[in-house]
Design a protein around this ligand. Structure first.
Ligand code: TYM
Length: 272
């Protein structure tokens, strides 16, 4: 099977934005692709938060991913690479933030991925990754890094905030619908949400006024979230075990690729 890859930072809870831009488009691919989803924990450290439990948040996210796609078998083919080294908050600083897209490029090429799906906000990073690979391959006159196909979904690639509809919905700003939020909270958030000026809604919504429209949207979102939350509670207790398996599998893939690259770059001294 061709290999699909993407990443999510464990910086907060997953939002409706993450769901529409990154998770939902992946669900349809599972039959045809080997799906790898990385929890980008090192990436999260580029904007360090003290007293933030990245491990706990990572587990929550993995359980949520399984909950969004409960028909995935608990197979080795799904992912999580756990970067064990966690730098102390003070040591990260600006260099890490500056180098972030390079770290992201490394994730992509380490697994020889065939397809990547991300939301609109990641487009520039993926273009940079492509540039890096092209230069690297040209220099070594060999296709050492495989350049995957990049896709941004047609729908949902940029879900906006609720209080500020000019900004994207983000887990680090407190302006999101979280996938684990209670129906009442979600309802209230939609009720208070600012609507933008474009009236581009489906025909059947045309006859509704703004407040009826928001109520309807909240209802539809809540229906989906209730289902995801039910599955989430089933997966959560099994997550450590799942991560262990996935980690082993992905480590073996990564080591294979690194070995090949090191051999090509004549960095394989002391190895057969
Ligand atoms: P992150 O954790 O910020 O977001 C995870 C995914 O969700 C998408 N997304 C959105 N889509 C639509 N509307 C929104 N409001 C919205 N907010 C977020 C993001 O585009 C992303 O697809 N750098 C990445 C993580 C990463 C990665 C990678 C991705 C690390 N290595 C390698 C792909 C390949 C990030 O910060 O995503």
């Amino acid at each position: 099977k061709p290999r699909f890859f993407t990443g999510l930072q464990p910086t907060g809870t997953l939002t409706l934005g993450n769901y529409c831009g990154a998770i939902q488009p992946i669900l349809a691919l599972q039959e045809d692709y080997e799906v790898i989803i990385m929890i980008a924990d090192l990436h999260a450290l580029t904007v360090p938060k003290k007293d933030f439990d990245y491990s706990q948040k990572s587990q929550e996210i993995v359980a949520l991913l399984y909950a969004c796609a409960p028909f995935v078998t608990i197979s080795e083919l799904n992912n999580m690479i756990q970067y064990k080294e966690k730098k102390k908050e003070q040591e990260t600083g600006n260099l890490a933030l500056l180098a972030y897209p390079v770290l992201q490029a490394a994730d992509i090429f380490l697994y020889d991925s065939d397809l990547i799906i991300v939301g609109q906000d990641q487009k520039q990073h993926l273009e940079l990754a492509t540039d890096i690979a092209q230069k690297f391959n040209n220099f070594y006159e060999k296709e050492l890094l495989k350049i995957p196909e990049f896709t941004i979904p047609n729908l949902g690639a940029k879900i906006m905030g609720l209080k500020d509809p000019t900004k994207k919905m983000s887990k680090s700003e407190n302006d999101y619908i979280g996938l684990l939020e209670a129906s009442e909270v979600v309802k209230e958030k939609f009720k208070k949400a600012k609507t933008d000026k474009i009236r581009e809604v489906e025909k059947e919504m045309n006859k509704l006024n703004y407040s009826q429209f928001k109520e309807k949207v909240a209802e539809i979102v809540n229906e989906k979230l209730t289902l995801i939350q039910k599955n989430y509670n089933i997966y959560l207790p099994k997550i450590s075990e799942i991560l262990k398996k996935n980690n082993e599998y992905l480590k073996s893939l990564a080591e294979k690729k690194i070995t090949i690259i090191k051999r090509e770059l004549k960095l394989n001294y002391g190895k057969s």
